[in-house]
Ligand binder design. Structure first.
Ligand code: NAD
Length: 250
């Protein structure tokens, strides 16, 4: 049967739209959820609403010492993590010719390095616990195709790296019984899109119209795909990037 009973699952970027939807979905399927995010993102309040099988742990994905500390706290509270959603990400836009050096580095640091550090720290613990694990990295359709031609170079490049990282880690860790896959969501109606709406309202309207299914996605629909990849139902799948985009990338 399809469930995540008694699995301990950590989510980075857990205070955000997709992260909180993942938390609710995994809890409904029987998991314990460690919601993590930077301290001021509102994760504490989100976790409180989720009940006793969820808790918040501050964690900045750009700093491996910080991830290690959170991993210790999570293990103490819930036991060994065997499910990981490396989901933290930012999506600032700027034309490539004007892309600021520091902003470029920040996007790569959070979206690409942060995903790797999260995967590495928790995979190491999964191996040491001698348990099978499943890791889901959040890529994007922006990493599979050029969806926002003039303003999305750092984001798209970082998300393409995440998709390929899933393939590399999935193969490297296959014999260690850790599956690694990525999800590549289409446009989800979350706060990341609200920011985009402020900068470029007409673009968000264009995206909606460009979705073959004719609407933006609900975060829960994407969380369902992550739940599937974390579960034993996906035991044959590793190194894969699954588009969940209503047909947009086809
Ligand atoms: P969101 O902005 O609501 O959530 C992102 C979260 O990441 C925020 O809570 C933020 O505080 C956190 N974060 C930022 N920097 C961090 C850091 N250094 N350490 C830890 N956490 C950090 O956006 P969302 O839509 O929930 O996005 C979740 C993921 O899904 C992101 O990786 C995003 O790129 C990806 N994605 C979103 C869409 C969409 O349409 N919303 C589409 C495709 C992919």
């Amino acid at each position: 049967a399809f469930n995540l009973t008694d699995r301990v699952i950590v989510i980075t970027g857990g205070a955000g739209g997709l992260g909180t939807a993942m938390a609710k979905t995994f809890l409904d399927l029987g998991a314990k959820v460690a919601l993590t995010d930077v301290g001021d993102a509102g994760g504490e309040e989100e976790a409180e609403k989720l009940g006793e099988n969820a808790a918040f742990f501050p964690l900045d994905v750009t700093d491996s010492a910080n991830i290690e500390r959170a991993a210790d706290e999570i293990a103490e509270r819930f036991g060994n993590v065997t499910g990981v959603c490396a989901n933290a990400g930012i999506a600032p836009t700027s034309p490539a010719l004007e892309y600021d050096d520091d902003l470029w580095r920040k996007v790569i640091d959070i979206n690409q390095t942060g995903v790797f550090l999260t995967a590495r720290v928790f995979a190491d613990r999964i191996v040491k616990a001698e348990k099978p694990g499943s890791i889901v990295l959040t890529s994007s359709i922006a990493g599979l195709s050029v969806v926002h031609p003039e303003r999305h170079v750092a984001y798209g490049a970082s998300k393409a790296a995440v998709a390929h990282m899933a393939a590399l880690l999935g193969v490297e860790w296959a014999k260690k019984h850790i599956r690694v896959n990525a999800i590549a969501p289409g446009y989800i109606d979350t706060s990341i899109l609200d920011k985009m709406r402020e900068e470029n309202p007409e673009t968000v309207e264009e995206w909606k119209n460009a979705m073959p299914i004719g609407r933006l996605l609900e975060a829960r629909e994407v969380a369902n795909v992550a739940a599937f990849l974390l579960s034993d139902m996906a035991s044959s799948i590793t190194g894969e990037t699954l588009a969940c985009d209503g047909g947009y990338s086809k």
